[in-house]
Design a protein around this ligand. Structure first.
Ligand SMILES: Nc1ncnc2c1ncn2[C@@H]1O[C@H](COP(=O)(O)OP(=O)(O)O)[C@@H](O)[C@H]1O
Ligand SMILES: [Mg+2]
Length: 237
């Protein structure tokens, strides 16, 4: 069997974002780790929550691990969409964890391995099949050993692969020139964009990398709708 055929035969799981699956051959490959990166207000959290809601609809347990925002604020913000987050949270098909409180409230810094073990502990304890970590970037400020990031995150991703969870790691875009370790370590990278063009805010998404999956890397138009983010097959302008 050609490698290409093998990859085509891999299962896909819907991202939960209308139009995004079409860009990546039908959806995420289950059990892999994806990075969603973008500037503030570009739709990263919305995408992550839609991904969990899609799993919850199919009775897959989802865990949202919050590093920055209070989970209650995230839930409140997401209530404006019709995708029914609250019912899934009440039924515990989606669980929100406030790891930021534990890390930033501790009054000390941690090693990368300590932090990543905390994440793994939550994921295991919840027996999650879909995980969102929102966001990785602020962890950089909580560690004592920034030099160990590549090794520790590499090890973390291998453990996620062993556990078979499909994971979305959210990362802030610090500079388009500076690719952080997670760009290299993730199985796929999706970049959210917003920029001004002719005095109009343009919103777009780009599949920068998707291991083994033929994909279109051009910018695609996105919109926030009452159903959440929608990706259109055309360019944003
Ligand atoms: N209907 C809408 N039209 C335009 N922009 C919207 C709409 N709904 C939300 N947004 C934008 O999306 C942002 C929230 O998206 P979010 O997923 O939290 O982004 P991020 O996590 O990347 O910061 C809001 O701050 C707002 O700028
Ligand atoms: Mg966010």
């Amino acid at each position: 069997m050609y490698v290409g055929e093998f990859l085509k035969s891999l299962d896909r799981t819907s991202t939960g974002v209308a139009g995004l699956d079409n860009l990546i051959g039908g959806g995420f490959v289950p059990g892999r780790v994806y990075l969603v990166v973008g500037p503030p207000g570009s739709g990263k959290t919305t995408l992550g929550v839609q991904f969990l809601v899609e799993g919850a609809r199919n009775d897959e347990k989802g865990v949202y691990i919050s590093i920055v925002q209070h989970p209650r604020i995230v839930t409140q913000d997401m209530l404006r969409y019709n995708f029914g987050l609250l019912a899934h949270v009440q039924a515990k098909r989606i669980v929100l964890h406030d790891l930021g409180e534990a890390i930033f409230g501790a009054g000390r810094r941690f090693s990368w391995n300590e932090i990543l073990e905390m994440l793994l502990h939550i994921i295991k304890a919840e027996n999650a099949s879909r995980v969102v970590i929102d966001s990785f970037t602020s962890l950089e400020y909580a560690v004592v050993d920034p030099e160990n990031k590549r090794m520790a995150v590499g090890r973390f991703i291998r453990k996620l692969h062993d556990m078979g969870v499909t994971c979305v790691i959210i990362s802030e875009m610090l500079s388009s020139e500076a690719y952080t370790d997670e760009y290299y370590l993730a199985d796929g990278v999706i970049v959210m964009h917003h920029f001004m063009r002719n005095y109009q805010m343009v919103r777009a998404i780009q599949v920068l990398k998707m291991h083994g999956v033929p994909h279109d890397s051009n910018l695609k138009k996105i919109r926030f709708t009452d159903e959440g983010l929608v990706v259109y097959p055309e360019a944003p302008f």
